[in-house]
Design a protein around this ligand. Structure first.
Ligand SMILES: O=C(O)CCC(=O)C(=O)O
Length: 336
């Protein structure tokens, strides 16, 4: 029910259904505030250096930020602006798009999976399928009026960037430059526009609890003013501090599988705060549903046997959405 959206009114206290058990809370005072997430300048003149920095970041953090990535700053600002405008729409307008059915390809929803979960998360989100654009855009929100045009342009640019990153990641594993693009098939592309309103008790809840992404690659546009993304590194939560004009890239479960476990799809979470709302726009590059996934043949040998069995993305995605977000790594269920 659309009344479950949290962006439609202000909250003085945190409703009980959002309060985590003491052992599950974010312990915000233990988070490392100024850790270093690798930053890669994609305009560096030496391509080999870019490939090697990306490979190192995929091994060490599973996360990196990219600069000079080709997306114009004005486009990123416009995407954020139209996202803010969307979440300022009236409750009646929002109710028209609301659904809690995870199978719906275009929906405004809340938390993660309200049908299944027992504790909710302090997030509303607009979920959009984005490829092929001409198939999905007619069902995207038409209000605000600039939404479709701005987000379509943004999606096209992100897709191009995603393919450039696949090439560098493939090369960094010693694979053909076009290996990932080919093996992942005709890629789907999804978007989550995440809105985290001001929260009266941020220490008791999450925007999104710890999870890994089920897809291949995620590219995140972060609010430049408000931090909230945290990444698990060597058992400690570290804050990813926004950098002007940067995009944050993280590997999803499918690249961990393709790399035969050399690269990691790392646990991350979004925390909330009581001072300011926060927005993030996540673009998910997803393998084609029917494609058979598993470790790249070249990365399997006597010294490095296959860590994961083969499966279709359809099988994986269904398994992922049938579980709670913060259960064990979904890929563990696909081990050989
Ligand atoms: O809002 C963020 O910083 C993280 C978003 C995220 O992890 C997701 O949408 O899966």
């Amino acid at each position: 029910m659309a009344e479950q959206l949290i962006s439609t009114c202000a909250h003085e206290t945190l409703p009980e259904s959002y309060v985590r058990d003491a052992a599950e809370r974010p312990r915000l005072d233990e988070v490392v505030p100024d850790a270093h997430i690798p930053v890669v300048d994609l305009a560096h003149p030496d391509r080999a250096a870019i490939v090697s920095q990306i490979g190192a970041a995929c091994r060490s953090h599973g996360f990196f930020q990219v600069l000079n990535h080709g997306l114009p700053a004005e486009l990123m600002e416009a995407a954020m602006a139209v996202a803010h405008e969307f979440f300022r729409l009236s409750p009646e307008e929002k109710a028209k798009l609301y659904s809690d059915d995870p199978a719906k390809k275009i929906r405004l929803s809340t938390s993660f999976n309200v049908r299944k979960e027992t504790v909710h998360n302090w997030r509303d989100y607009l979920r959009l399928h984005c490829h092929p654009l001409e198939q999905f855009v007619p069902d995207w929100p038409s209000n605000p009026s600039a939404f479709r045009e701005v987000m379509s342009t943004y999606c096209k640019e992100i897709r191009e960037l995603g393919f450039r990153l696949y090439a560098a990641i493939s090369e960094s594993l010693g694979l053909e430059e076009d290996y990932m693009k080919k093996v992942l098939g005709e890629q789907e592309q999804h978007m989550a526009v995440n809105f985290y309103p001001k929260c009266p008790s941020p220490e008791l809840t999450y925007g999104l609890p710890a999870h890994t992404d089920p897809n291949a690659l995620t590219i995140l546009l972060m609010d430049e003013q408000v931090a909230g993304l945290q990444v698990l590194k060597d058992g400690q939560w570290i804050a990813v501090n926004p950098r002007p004009n940067a995009l944050v890239v993280n590997l999803g479960d499918q690249l961990q599988a393709l790399s035969n476990g050399r690269y990691k799809s790392v646990w991350h979470r979004a925390v909330v705060n009581s001072d300011r709302p926060r927005m993030s726009i996540a673009s998910f590059m997803c393998p084609c549903n029917s494609v058979v996934l598993g470790p790249a043949e070249k990365l399997v040998g006597d010294a490095s046997p296959a860590v994961y069995r083969n499966y279709t993305y359809d099988e994986y995605y269904k398994k992922f959405w049938s579980r709670n977000l913060d259960q064990e790594h979904c890929l563990e269920l696909f081990r050989t």
